[in-house]
Design a protein around this ligand. Structure first.
Ligand code: FAD
Ligand code: DLZ
Ligand code: SF4
Length: 512
């Protein structure tokens, strides 16, 4: 028997074009996929997130075998399962005659640290390959960032446009003359009978088996499987991609920031779980979007708005995650320290915007960007919730959540806990913004127009209280000059009433 190369494939590396597989002879390799306790419980992932990842892993393993690879698959319920990636590598080295290990770099510090130990730990050469599913390499991000005072996404995005050539004319100028059409993308939505819906995939036998296991083994994890609808194969993910491109993309730009009661998906792609775990390739998706623009099937604000999310924001937050290092997670610029209210796990609150965003999160393991940023994130920010607790919640509840993408979005963009590396000002708002962008307030127990008192929208007093209590840290932020001027002009007794209202509400949050 000749020695083989062991190629571990992690749960978010479900791509046929993975860098560790490149130029390999199938007969010389053993691919190893591992369901392990540590990954399923390092935070209490939503039941639908675990089901999605394990079912997609099982389907991907089958697809790899059908393509001729030798696949060794470790199931969570295997009797001798060691419970960790490293333990499973040790067991695989006992099962097979292995000369070397090849692995694509992991998406997060925690797992990278394990991989970097394997060579010493097992005495087998380990080669680690860059993750070529991303557009920017670590070095390219570093080259762009080094020496800059501010790392604004917009300028990095332009670099990515130049690198990919997407939406550039023959002279290398941005299509339509502007790099960014965000100002055209802030329309509130009207309910419409023709609103697109994501394709709902019926769970097959493999998925049902995983669902049964998850219901028993992870009964105390958040969320429900009653609405499980995710694609779990490459073909299914491609069907949802087609559905989005044909039925939603054209209006994605206009309604990107809109929110409607009982409508979790609107004109969003619902593709992030598939892109992040490898079922879909981000660049080919963006190329198709720009081709649809070239064929006049979708307007420029939609095409540009969409590719900006992927080649701009997605690449940028990854760059920040690796640049800031493993301690980024501990930042707490505003020193916020309140516990996360229980309703984040039940949706049981009279604040209709929060019950909608959290309710759909528990049902679907999904909320769109503005719900994450301006409803659940905004509330946590202005209420002064510990950003680490907020980070854990986001990492748990969303099917697309891996630390490299979730952490900068939550800790940096949403909670301003990095002191402004990602966001130039905190994404804090009163009820006014929510009322403008949604129909939530019309259905709420609270009155969005009132600022103080028991019936007033809590976001109003909390917003001013947030600014007032953080004035020493935020008072010199130019982008907050206007609200601080308004606060300073507010009569003392009104200031007092707002702060008392906020304090009373915050106290009530933790009353049983
Ligand atoms: P669309 O709104 O249709 O956008 C299209 C695609 O763009 C997405 O599929 C995604 O791949 C990409 N994208 C959009 N915005 C971002 C962004 N800010 N960062 C990275 N990619 C982006 N996204 C995740 O993939 N995983 C997370 O764990 C995650 N956590 C978040 C936490 C907070 C507090 C906030 C404010 C945002 C977070 N996002 C996260 C970004 C964004 O909310 C989701 O990518 C988006 O809601 C996914 O839904 P969609 O596929 O329908 O996206
Ligand atoms: C999120 C997740 C879960 C819930 N379970 C597994 C698993 O059992 N096996 C696996 O390979 N990956 C899983 N994942 C995804 C990993 O946590 C992810 O691949 C690492 O965080 C690497 O960044
Ligand atoms: Fe949310 Fe306030 Fe509107 Fe109610 S009134 S939905 S709490 S913003």
């Amino acid at each position: 028997m000749t020695s083989k190369t062991l190629i571990p494939i992690l749960g978010d590396q479900l791509s046929f074009a993975l860098s560790s597989l490149e130029d390999q002879q199938q007969k010389d390799c053993i691919l190893l996929l591992m369901e392990v306790g540590e990954e399923t419980t390092y935070v209490k992932h939503h039941k639908a997130k675990i089901t999605y990842i394990l079912s997609a892993m099982r389907h991907h393993a089958k697809a790899l075998s059908e393509r001729g690879w030798t696949v060794d698959y470790v199931r969570l319920d295997d009797e001798d399962n060691s419970g960790s990636f490293t333990g499973e590598i040790a067991r695989a080295l006992e099962r097979h005659d292995i000369a070397s290990i090849r692995v694509t770099e992991a998406g997060e510090w925690r797992v990278m640290a394990m991989i970097e130990n394997w060579e010493d730990q097992f005495g087998v050469p380990v080669e680690i390959f860059p993750d070529t599913r991303f557009i920017a390499t670590h070095q390219e991000f570093a080259n762009w960032a080094n020496g800059k005072k501010q790392l604004r996404m917009e300028f990095f995005y332009r670099e990515m446009r130049r690198k990919t050539g997407l939406l550039l004319d023959d002279d290398g100028k941005p299509e339509g003359g502007k790099w960014n059409y965000d100002s055209e993308n802030r329309k509130p939505a009207q309910r419409d009978l023709m609103m697109p819906q994501p394709v709902r995939f019926r769970p097959d036998d493999i998925t049902r088996e995983v669902m049964d296991m998850v219901e028993t083994r992870f009964a105390d994890h958040p969320g429900s499987l009653d609405h499980f609808h995710f694609a779990v194969t490459h073909d299914e993910a491609l069907r949802q991609r087609r559905n989005f491109l044909d039925n939603a993309l054209a209006q994605f730009g206009d309604y990107q920031d809109a929110m409607l009661s009982g409508e979790p998906f609107l004109w969003h792609a619902i593709l992030s779980p598939y892109i992040n775990s490898g079922l879909l390739d981000p660049l080919s998706l963006c190329k198709e979007v720009t081709a649809l623009y070239a064929d006049e099937k979708v307007p420029l604000n939609a095409a540009e708005g969409f590719i900006r999310q992927i080649i701009g924001w997605r690449e940028y937050v990854r760059g920040i995650y690796w640049r800031e290092g493993p301690d980024y997670v501990n930042r707490n610029f505003l020193k916020a320290d309140r516990a996360l209210p229980d309703f984040y796990y039940t949706g049981d609150t009279d604040m209709h915007c929060l019950s909608q965003a959290i309710g759909q999160t528990l049902n679907h393991s999904y909320a769109h960007h503005i719900q994450r940023l301006m409803i659940t994130g905004n509330f946590a920010l202005i209420a002064g919730i510990d950003p680490h607790a907020v980070h854990r919640w986001y990492l748990e509840v969303y099917a697309d959540a891996y630390e490299w993408v979730e952490l900068p979005n939550t800790l940096g963009m949403s909670q301003f806990a990095d002191g402004g590396i990602i966001a130039s000002k905190p994404y804090a708002s009163s009820g006014n913004y929510i009322n403008k962008m949604s129909d939530y307030c019309g259905n709420c127990y609270y009155d969005v127009k009132q600022r103080t008192g028991p019936d007033a929208c809590p976001f109003n007093a909390l917003y001013w209280d947030f600014l007032a209590r953080n004035e020493d840290k935020l008072g010199d932020n130019n982008r907050l000059a206007m609200p601080y001027r308004t606060w300073q002009k507010t009569a003392e007794h009104d200031q007092k009433a707002l702060r008392t209202s906020a304090a009373t509400f915050l106290k009530s949050l933790y009353r049983q």
